[in-house]
Design a protein around this ligand. Sequence first.
Ligand code: NAP
Length: 445
Amino acid sequence: MANKSDETRREIGVGLLGLGTVGSEVARVLIEDAEELAARVGAKLVLRGVAVRNLDAARGASAGLVDPALLTTEAAELVERDDVDVVVELIGGINPAKELIRQALRAGKSVVSANKALFAAHSAKLFEAAQKAKVDLFFEAAVAGAIPVIRPLRQSLAGDRVTTVAGIVNGTTNFILSAMDSEGDDYADVLRQAQELGYAEADPTADVGGHDAAAKTAILASIAFHTRVTASDVHVEGITEITAADVESAKQLGYTIKLLSLSERVVGEDGKERVSARVYPALVPRSHPLASVNGAYNAVVVEAVNAGRLMFYGQGAGGAPTASSVAGDLVAAARNVVLGRAVASESTYAKLPIASIGDVAARYFVRMRVDDRPGVLSSVASVFAKRDVSIATVLQKGVIEGGAEIIIITHSALGSALAETVREVEDLPAVVEVESVLRLEFEND
Ligand code: NAP
């Protein structure tokens, strides 16, 4: 940690990297709430510099508040300055954020970040550097914006055994699926509305493809199960194939479709515990608490052996809500600087293996278009029986264009068995197309 005189210790220098949606709100909080924050930290938080890419860009919530003289395009210089104690990284993406954080840590600065992409892929090296320098590395805002979930998992539940973390952690996809459910519109139309309203990016791939949720899932699973889980360990399916017909059928059956982040301990056939981390759209019973999380809101449900079920709910994105989380981390890191300590970092002692999606059991919803003639249902059912995938319910919907529609709900089956069944069903001459295969979650809740 940088050696400071008592005089400068009465101030904690903050180097802010990024002054966009979140950064400008963090700057506003630092300036507007300076007195209260100082009382909580035990020293004044002083903004020493703000790194941006373009000195002339519009400055959102911080316009007119941040002294333009603080702006710099030299982020690498800012993170090493002697008068900076804590670096707040709000640039996003992997490069140059990764190198800037490592540089800050090596220089003995504590770091606060909201960067899910980075922490889902490169946390090991960052924690190593933080541990070596005996400084803090906090990233509460990387998952579910304003909602405190990392610290509760890391600290409040440190004496319990977490079994499941399930949630809705992407506001864009939740907005789209909620609107499809309430309006009955098709995916493409709702996506367009979401883009017009600013709930979806011009390039929505990271959100609708499930990748943003997968990064957050990796972070949650790592902390919950004391095992290093990266985004590439997470099985990902997005929402782009969900149709109005899927949503309507789910509704008729008493479900709503949600993009879920799921991570849990599973026991394999060898009796060994593994971590399963996955993101996919699933049918959720309308009575489940996650079914009523609508619009751009996020929620995370944690199950632990002694605590039972805990639910965290709130705004998962947006400048001010995310800045609340960042400011909380900043106060914690600054207090530790004042007290001359750093808290323990990554905990990966359990080193559980990752379960493959084929080994995870679920109930399935399979919707298919078939020829409208006798005997089709029995030929389909016999394929399911051959693969030991037990059928719970079959619904035949009236004649539709090009044949009839069948919906099959299975009992619990392994992902591998279901995938083989679907492949074989698709080859049946009477089956025109298997249109959707979705899982059902929280059936027993
Ligand atoms: P943003 O609006 O795009 O802002 C990014 C900022 O970084 C801009 O001020 C930009 O400068 C600056 N920047 C980009 N490249 C830079 C470089 N090479 N050197 C110095 N500055 C650079 O991003 P954001 O939405 O605030 O997101 C910031 C972080 O918060 C990301 O990790 C994101 O995943 C996370 N997060 C965001 C939200 C949210 O609701 N937005 C929610 C949770 C977490 P210019 O202004 O000059 O272009």
